[in-house]
Design a protein around this ligand. Structure first.
Ligand code: C2O
Length: 564
């Protein structure tokens, strides 16, 4: 029996009782936090609503821990804002873990974790040694050998002790339980799924998930320096499936992948469908530049929208989650629509994604993109969310018991300016937005949208009330004043940004999202000097028939705002 099996770790510096029994692990949750008014509106709780909260004895900030983990939060953010002090998403109750679904189909997997006698607050271990994550395509023989050995040891636990929470399947199931409806929100909100995607919980949840995964692997091979490789898909040299994952005899192999995407196939992060490797590389760099730099106007536009206790799941993911992150899931998974892999296993559905070892390598780069946005991309946007609703969110995990010269080819990948200003009046098939909304994306739509000010204003495009079928891969791209029909090319001045979604379960299959795309830099590149309207072209790439857009507008960019 694994020594760690009985220690279930709450990521919390919360001083409330940690020795509750496994039947009621979170029984000390202060239910009096919810005022009557909020009770009656509990299913429309907005994270940034002013909270009228009683003293929440036992609730303290967890930011010190976050500081310790990766230096994620700067000293300026240590000022707390009591008026906004509220209810972060609470850790799930493992004893109430239920069935997992895709669409309305009950999965035949049981992805609930084993129960523990005890939940203990996680304390960061004393710093011992820096783990340096290598790029997967440059990993040394020794690094690869250790990685394979550790994953093999994890796989072995599946048979030697299937209840060991550190086993390969148990680890994969963590993702299933937090993403496909097995965990509900606790307490008053138990009719709401707990969902760690499509919101501001996306980056922190996955950082913690990988943190423990990496420590477990290191422990299984007795190597405290063990570090997960990252899939360097933001660099042309890393844009194929890393070769270490493509040997059928290796524990890193997964048979449930799209068979076309091995060898030298270039990842299509944008669902462009291009078969030209050079165009694919250009599209990838252009869309990474867009989601990291150009189209991002606010903190939440990058990190994801607020999601708190009582919030409906999936309020909206950030640009990187919706963009490259989703692109990789889609590209790696099968494209089957029937048969045993009809949910695009493994990488193409949240419930199964963790069964492909490349998932953790992909997310290691997703985590790196968060770091790069925060520390390398220079602009005026506040990089950290300071709301306690975010900082104090909790998860449960079982524990285990940086060459600074970085090559970022996308960082200056601003597409070339248009040589000749588009004649907006010559763009065909345009309709005024007001006359066609809501509009379905069965086919490309072109809408005339008024600007908030004439000429080159500091503006963003907001697509609202984006209704999707959450059981489908969704992707569409947005272009401004686009005269051409080179729809497979994203490395153009007119490309404004994208929306994408990985299939997931939600209570009624319906998702509702909003995206904001900053237009300011683009205006310089496409010359809108005298115009008071723009033409917005929306190109569906995947399952457009399952997307309807309810609203579209151009508004001024909020000044240094986190929300929007
Ligand atoms: Cu939790 Cu890439 O998904």
């Amino acid at each position: 029996m694994a020594s760690l099996q009985a220690s279930c770790t709450v990521l919390s510096t919360n001083p409330r009782s940690h020795s509750s029994s496994s039947t009621q692990p979170l029984s000390a949750k202060p239910s009096h936090l919810f005022t009557n008014q909020r009770r009656s509106h509990r299913f429309q709780v907005s994270c940034d609503a002013k909270k009228n909260v009683e003293t929440s004895q036992g609730k303290i900030d967890r930011r010190n821990m976050l500081l310790g983990l990766g230096g994620m939060y700067s000293a300026a953010n240590l000022v707390s804002n009591p008026s906004a002090y509220a209810d972060p998403v609470q850790a799930p109750d493992f004893t109430k873990c239920g069935d997992a679904y895709v669409k309305d189909v009950l999965l035949d997997v049981k992805c609930c974790p084993p129960l523990a006698d005890k939940i203990i607050d996680y304390e960061l271990p004393k710093f011992e040694v820096l783990r340096k994550r290598p790029a997967a395509h440059r990993a040394t023989k020794e690094q690869v050998a250790k990685y394979e050995k550790a994953i093999q040891a994890m796989r072995d636990l599946d048979t030697s002790d299937p209840q060991d929470p550190r086993g390969f399947t148990q680890q994969a199931n963590i993702h299933c339980a937090y993403c496909n409806g097995a965990h509900d929100q606790v307490g008053d909100f138990s009719n709401l799924d707990l969902q760690v995607h499509n919101s501001w919980l996306f980056f922190p949840f996955h950082r913690w998930y990988l943190y423990f995964y990496e420590r477990i692997l290191g422990k299984l091979i007795n190597d405290p320096t063990f570090a997960l490789p990252f899939w360097n898909w933001d660099n042309p040299k890393g844009m194929t499936l890393p070769p270490i994952f493509d040997k059928p005899s290796s524990p890193l192999y997964d048979a449930k992948r799209d068979p076309k995407n091995n060898g030298s196939a270039i990842v299509d992060l944008t669902f462009s469908g291009s078969t030209d490797p050079l165009q694919l590389v250009a599209n990838n760099l252009s869309s990474i530049y867009s989601e990291m730099v150009r189209s991002v106007s606010t903190t939440t536009a990058f990190v994801g929208k607020p999601y708190c206790a009582g919030s409906k799941p999936s309020p909206g993911g950030g640009s990187s989650e919706n963009g490259s992150h989703t692109g990789v899931h889609w590209w790696v998974g099968t494209k089957d629509t029937s048969g045993p892999n009809k949910f695009n296993e493994d990488m193409g559905n949240f419930y199964s994604a963790g069964r492909d070892p490349v998932f953790y390598c992909h997310h290691s780069n997703v985590d790196r993109m968060w770091h790069l946005w925060r520390d390398v991309v220079k602009n005026d946007i506040p990089k950290d969310i300071t709301s306690p609703d975010y900082l104090n969110a909790e998860f449960l995990f079982y524990d285990e018991h940086k060459r600074l010269r970085i090559d970022l080819p996308w960082l200056n990948y601003r597409p070339p300016s248009k040589a000749v200003k588009a004649k907006v009046e010559n763009i065909s098939d345009t309709k005024t937005a007001a006359s066609v909304l809501p509009v379905n994306l069965k086919k490309t739509v072109r809408l005339i949208v008024p600007k908030s000010a004439k000429g080159k204003a500091d503006e963003q495009l907001v697509l609202e009330d984006i209704q999707t079928d959450t059981t489908k891969f969704i992707k569409f791209d947005v272009f401004i004043n686009d005269e051409d029909d080179k729809i497979e090319e994203l490395d153009r001045a007119e490309y404004a940004g994208s929306f994408a979604q990985v299939p997931h379960k939600s209570k009624n299959k319906k998702g509702k999202a909003t995206i904001s795309l900053k237009l300011t830099d683009m205006y310089d590149d496409i010359d809108v000097s005298e115009d008071d309207t723009i033409v917005v072209t929306i190109v569906p790439r995947s399952n457009g028939q399952d997307v309807t857009i309810g609203g579209i507008k151009v508004i001024p960019v909020p000044k240094q705002a986190q929300s929007g």
